[in-house]
Design a protein around this ligand. Structure first.
Ligand SMILES: NC(=O)c1ccc[n+]([C@@H]2O[C@H](COP(=O)([O-])OP(=O)(O)OC[C@H]3O[C@@H](n4cnc5c(N)ncnc54)[C@H](O)[C@@H]3O)[C@@H](O)[C@H]2O)c1
Length: 388
């Protein structure tokens, strides 16, 4: 089988990470790199048989050099670049979030439908963590019973002002289009929809630049209502240290807590509603079993896995771990939360994406971001981003 020829567009922090993860891979070779900033290409000039581009037009004019494109630019460019690649018949891996607005994600999905031969993956690499797969399995297999309540406190996305100043586009409405929900939390919002499906209503409160000199949200509390009556609370912040990553799921058959990399499952011997109906006791709950569920909470190969899976999907028909079209769901959650804050009311899903776009346009009009020179950072170690 021919080795898959991969191009990467955007060779900043994440693009460079992908180059590192893939440079020794047997399943592909990197044959083209593109970054509009020539300085960002320099560290990769040693790559053999690789073409370098500083303009997107030049890059796409040489599409004979690659079979697929991994897109790791700032978010607003994801869909415009992905659409160009798909229209040229190139397979795509799109970094998270796949877009800033639901309407743009829909545009990519519509383009993909016109090119059924093209495969697309979204870089939702946290789906490749064993503990997350185990939680999904526990829910899908009915082990937890019908879900009643979900709580996710994910406040260990701490970021410094230095981080925000390290890229001029970051944390501005015009350059990035959102904050904690759009940059750090797309992983958890994707897992939320992967585990629990979509809520029917969202009510959110958030603060813009509460802990940092930024335009966008760095503190969010959202209340989610699911079609079966289950409720959820999703809390995130980039200004809290030490932060928390605690997922608690209560179902009819018990309670699951995922924290500190461990899954603990307290299983009810009798479903809670049935116990409540039939018990003659006033205060006790159903008898329980405590179950410790072993599962790794980290996977150093998770990014590479998603790219390898895309290539296996193309070459061997493997099922995609994270089809790009699924990226619209987590995005819809974050769009709904922002819309709820801006309108000061509960938002029903699916959201009115034209209404969201109009609100985003207003925020962009207020944005201070004007392509200023970036402060060059020193710590671009991605591992510390996922260390907790
Ligand atoms: N999956 C993950 O775990 C993960 C982690 C970090 C970042 N990301 C995502 O990766 C993307 C990039 O983030 P980053 O931290 O690497 O940003 P970055 O600023 O370090 O890098 C972005 C690069 O894209 C280049 N660029 C901008 N517009 C371009 C264009 N039109 N064509 C070619 N190059 C262009 C910039 O010059 C820059 O070098 C974001 O969408 C972010 O959400 C994903």
């Amino acid at each position: 089988m021919e080795q898959f020829r991969l191009a990467i567009i955007g060779t900043g922090v994440m693009g460079s990470g992908h180059i590192q993860f893939l440079s020794e891979a047997k399943f592909c070779r990197i044959t083209a790199l593109c970054d509009t900033d020539p300085e960002k290409l320099k560290p990769h000039e040693h790559l053999k048989d690789c073409a370098f581009f500083t303009s997107d037009d030049e890059f796409f004019a040489h599409s004979d050099l690659y079979d697929g494109v991994l897109i790791a630019t700032p978010h607003y460019d994801h869909v415009p670049l992905a659409v160009r690649a798909v229209e040229l018949g190139k397979h795509i891996v799109v970094e998270k979030p796949i877009a800033v607005q639901k309407s743009e994600a829909q545009r990519l999905i519509d383009t993909m439908k016109k090119h059924p031969e093209v495969k697309g993956a979204a870089m939702f690499c946290l789906r490749q963590i064993e503990a997350h797969k185990k939680i999904k399995h526990l829910i899908d297999s009915g082990e937890l019973g019908e879900l009643r309540r979900i709580n996710w406190i994910i406040t260990n996305w701490f970021r410094t002002q230095f981080y925000y100043d390290s890229g001029a586009w970051r944390a501005s409405w015009r350059g990035e289009g959102g904050g904690a929900l759009l940059n750090q939390c797309p992983h958890q919002l994707d897992l939320m929809q992967w585990f629990f499906g979509m809520p029917s209503k969202v009510t959110a409160h958030m603060s813009f630049g509460k802990y940092h000199d930024i335009e966008v949200e760095d503190d969010v509390t959202a209340f989610l209502e699911y079609p079966n009556g289950a409720t959820g609370v999703f809390i995130t912040s980039t200004g809290e240290a030490p932060g928390t990553n605690r997922l608690e799921v209560a179902g009819e058959k018990g309670k699951l807590v995922y924290e500190d990399g461990k899954i603990r499952f307290t299983r009810n011997e009798v479903e809670m509603s049935e116990y409540s109906r039939t018990s003659t006791s006033k205060y006790s709950g159903p008898p329980v079993w405590n179950v410790e569920i072993p599962a790794a909470s980290a996977n150093p190969h998770m990014h590479r896995d998603i790219t390898e899976n895309l290539i296996n999907a193309v070459q061997k028909g493997e099922k995609l771990i994270s089809d790009v079209s699924e990226g619209i769901n987590g995005l819809e959650l974050s769009n709904a939360m922002l819309l709820s804050q801006l309108k000061g009311r509960t938002v029903e899903l699916p959201i009115d994406s034209a209404l969201f776009d109009r609100h985003l346009e207003k925020l962009i009009a207020t944005s201070r971001y004007r392509k200023a020179a970036a402060v060059s950072g020193t710590n671009t170690d991605l591992k510390s981003s996922f260390s907790k």
